[in-house]
Write a protein that binds this ligand. Sequence first.
Ligand code: PLP
Length: 407
Amino acid sequence: MATVNSNYRKLQAGYLFPEIGRRTRQFLADNPGVQVMRLGIGNTTEPLTPTIIRGLHEGVEVLAQVETYTGYGDEQGETALREALARRYKGYGAELDADEFFVSDGAKPDTANIQSIFGLDNVVAIQDPAYPVYVDSNVIAGRTGQGVNGQYEGLVYMPCTAENGFFPDLPQGKVDLIYLCSPNNPTGAVATHAQLKVFVDYALAHKAIIIYDSAYASFISDPSLPRSIYEIEGAKKCAIEINSFSKEGGFTGVRLGWAVVPKTVECENSEPGEIRRMWFRRQTTMFNGASNIVQKGGLAILSEAGQAECREVIGYYMRNARAIREGLEALGLTCFGGVNAPYIWLQTPGGMASWDFFDKLLREAHVVGTPGSGFGPRGEGYFRLSAFGHHADVLRAIESIQKNLKL
Ligand code: PLP
């Protein structure tokens, strides 16, 4: 008699984006002819740059000749790509071998799957609010009880509030797996070296593991801020880092990312190098690797010309971020983030509930954003606006908010 994994039943329904869609469709049905403007979605909109397109074309061309054709590739990803990634980290001051990099099809599957190499008895600590994948993957694995009032029993929530600059204090009591995301989705906060060091020191002292999601690292322009957790001394012993070409190179649809699992990472009962070997085993058993064509595109992103072009596109999105932030602040609204991250975290006016502000913004300004409460209980009273979009559309949305939002 087969049974289902009943942990799936604990998941609160994929509520946020379906509900945004439902309310938007209802509004359009009630107001025919109105055009809504979207500042809600963390999806890239600008085309791939010439160097990246050339890289992808080359990836196709080599498959057309018998002399250069390849089938299954290196298991962890193409050696040249992993070496290029290792050189990037060397620039951060972190010495990592190419075989400590695992090329993947993006940060979402890696952040979801990485928990599978750790015991079910680990206590998991999560920033609140957070990118929902960290919570949901641990619910599915069975590390939590039921969801009660937007929180799951058994998880340790680390509040990220205006008071702590949206970076958490250390959790009370002992935790084992700690998820950190910087630059942060949804708050746009970026951790400093000192803030990360507190967590690295904690992890080393308690043999805990940090899972560090740096999917937006390329949006950091302030040279004093860390782009990788391996800039912190000791992190190679306790941290796994996950990153992606999605936002850096516009690969949200193309799909390519990587995880760094150093040989030196250790936890309570691991043997030397075992955590890296387990991730290798997991990936080679359950994942086919990223497409060889796409990996050529990744190499092009990491080339000097590719990096210069990516910086241009990121600059374009960050001009959107600035327009949003300054436009809202001119109205007297309080905003966080949007400086070294593509998300603006807006405090709702008058302490309004996130969904009430969603309705108000849609009704009055015809702008769609993302209610902060969808990212966790501490997101209540906040609202996420995204810098991804065509500049003219973003300007139109801000102009409409300035003209029509009643404050
Ligand atoms: N991590 C964070 C914090 C994200 O916001 C996202 C995408 O929105 C991802 C990971 C997923 O990235 P990818 O497209 O590489 O799967």
